[in-house]
Design a protein around this ligand. Sequence first.
Ligand SMILES: *[C@@H]1O[C@H](CO)[C@@H](O)[C@H](O)[C@H]1NC(C)=O
Ligand SMILES: *[C@@H]1O[C@H](CO)[C@@H](O)[C@H](O)[C@H]1NC(C)=O
Length: 247
Amino acid sequence: MKQSIIVILVCSLFWTVYATIPPYIKVCSRNHPELNECIIKSVESLRSKLKTGIQELDVPPIEPLLLDEIKLRSGPEQAKIDANITNAKVWGPSGFEIIDLKTNLKKNRFIFRVNVPNIYFKGEYDIDMSVLILKYKGKGPITGNFTNYKFDCMMKGDLTEKNGKQYLHFRKFGLNLYIGHSDIHLGNLFSGQNPTLSQATNEVVRDNADLFVNEIKPVLENSLAQKFTDIANVITERFTYDELFPL
Ligand SMILES: *[C@@H]1O[C@H](CO)[C@@H](O)[C@H](O)[C@H]1NC(C)=O
Ligand SMILES: *[C@@H]1O[C@H](CO)[C@@H](O)[C@H](O)[C@H]1NC(C)=O
């Protein structure tokens, strides 16, 4: 009787040890001679799970990523634009590829440089603009593609203690997007009544895509930074520092 209880205890102990870190989280020894490469591989093997979220760890899906309202208030003389973009949703960030990583484990600092081959977004616009001699006020769908955007992601963590164990907790990531190629399209211009004028206006929008991108960028950076920070912390709150970076 006594023996079987011990067996059960030992088994459940082993079970918890082995069950703690799921197989899709590849841990790197903190003394790994190629720590950066090891962490890159680890994050990349986790990536496909991030797109849809990891239910058993309460990690939310990355996509679609929701953006706060975007306001555009300026424009060159020939294209004065006042626009608000709402309900914007973004797909594609989970396709990131890590180009470079600099790890400073002593300071719990990780700097990732990442390429995102394709970001697609969709939202609704309200626009009030004067383009050339034309004044127009209307609303409709806005879509856009950002191709080959790079970003730098600065992660700084602090060690915190919980129940005598150390956990890594990240401050909000610093995230910087570098402009790749962008295409933006406004649908339903002129209520769909004037295809020629719609096309001409979309050409003006395309020529001034930077105006849109400059306003979208900080909102996208902020939203991505918050999402990635939350995801990282959900994972690091669940496993101790020693489990994630064993000796
Ligand atoms: C955008 O929103 C602001 C209020 O936040 C409003 O004053 C402005 O008229 C809106 N612009 C358009 C084009 O709807
Ligand atoms: C974005 O890419 C999609 C898929 O490749 C394409 O269907 C769409 O027309 C593109 N939109 C813009 C605004 O370039």
